[in-house]
Design a binder for this molecule. Structure first.
Ligand SMILES: [Zn+2]
Length: 272
């Protein structure tokens, strides 16, 4: 059996990743991660120290995440995310997870946002799972909060969804223009709509968790929206960092595009 041949053998960047699994010149900012256990699936490495080990193998400098417990267990809430960031302050930042079904807990968490400036980079919404439309009332307070503070808002987005599909994102991106919306999964399968929304709304970025394995999509998004509007993300621990990196290195895009996606855009958004 032949050994695997790099698809981009001409690229020093690709060669470095193929050989070492990581690159000195191209650190990764994974802007869409999670943490902790999830029902119905076994994650071998989903606790903070284990996740840092996964990140190290791929040169992931920073993971911005929302904890599964914060999204689904309001009795635990965002406390576990705060603890994880403070245990590994150089490697993690958290999105404050918003569960629209628990307004009292949300009000409490938002009230504590400013005192956790070392922890949070913004908010995280999961409309399709919580079955609440982005433009519906339960999200309004969180959106106003993000708009006042010019925060990042990572929201799950899915093609064809009534909760977080393209038209719902258009509504909130147009109304809350000071917030910056990171469109998780960038409307999985509705790639043309992802490009259209990015062009219509400069306060949106397309996050790539759903893209690895889909041939031609990275090229389409770079060409249509521009690589300065794309963000690396994996849903770690759901998917593997190297799957995402390999898809970038194997696509017909430039090294500049790869640097934009892996770290430059995130560095600007996080002001690091
Ligand atoms: Zn997610």
């Amino acid at each position: 059996m032949n050994s695997p041949t790099p698809i981009r053998p001409e690229s020093d960047l690709a060669a470095e990743f193929w050989e070492k699994g990581r690159s000195e010149s191209c650190p990764i900012y994974d802007m869409h991660g999670h943490m902790g256990e999830w029902h119905s699936i076994y994650f071998p490495r989903c606790e903070p120290a284990q996740m840092v080990r996964s990140m190290d193998t791929a040169g992931v400098k920073l993971l911005c995440f929302s904890h599964h417990a914060s999204l689904n267990s309001p009795d635990i809430g965002n406390r576990v995310a705060v603890e994880a960031v403070r245990a590994f302050p150089d490697r993690f930042r958290a999105y404050l997870s918003v569960n629209p079904h628990y307004p009292e807990e949300l009000a409490r968490d938002l009230a504590g946002y400013d005192s956790a400036g070392d922890v949070y980079v913004g908010l995280k919404f999961l409309p399709d799972y919580h079955r609440v439309r982005l433009s519906d009332e339960p999200y309004r307070r969180a959106l106003e909060f993000a708009n006042e503070r010019k925060l990042l808002v990572l929201t799950h987005t899915w093609g064809g969804s009534n909760y977080d599909g393209p038209d719902e994102v258009r509504r909130i991106a147009g109304t809350f223009q000071n917030a910056v919306f990171l469109l998780g999964h960038c409307f999985n399968s509705q790639w043309d709509e992802a490009v259209a929304v990015a062009l219509e709304h400069p306060n949106t970025y397309l996050e790539l968790t759903s893209v690895p394995g889909r041939r031609g999509v990275l090229e389409l998004l770079c060409e249509g929206a521009g690589s300065d509007r794309l963000l690396f993300g994996t849903d770690l621990p759901w998917f593997d960092e190297h799957q995402g990196i390999g898809s970038l290195l194997s696509a017909d895009i430039t090294e500049d595009d790869i640097h934009n996606i892996c770290h430059r855009n995130a560095e600007k958004l996080l002001a690091v």
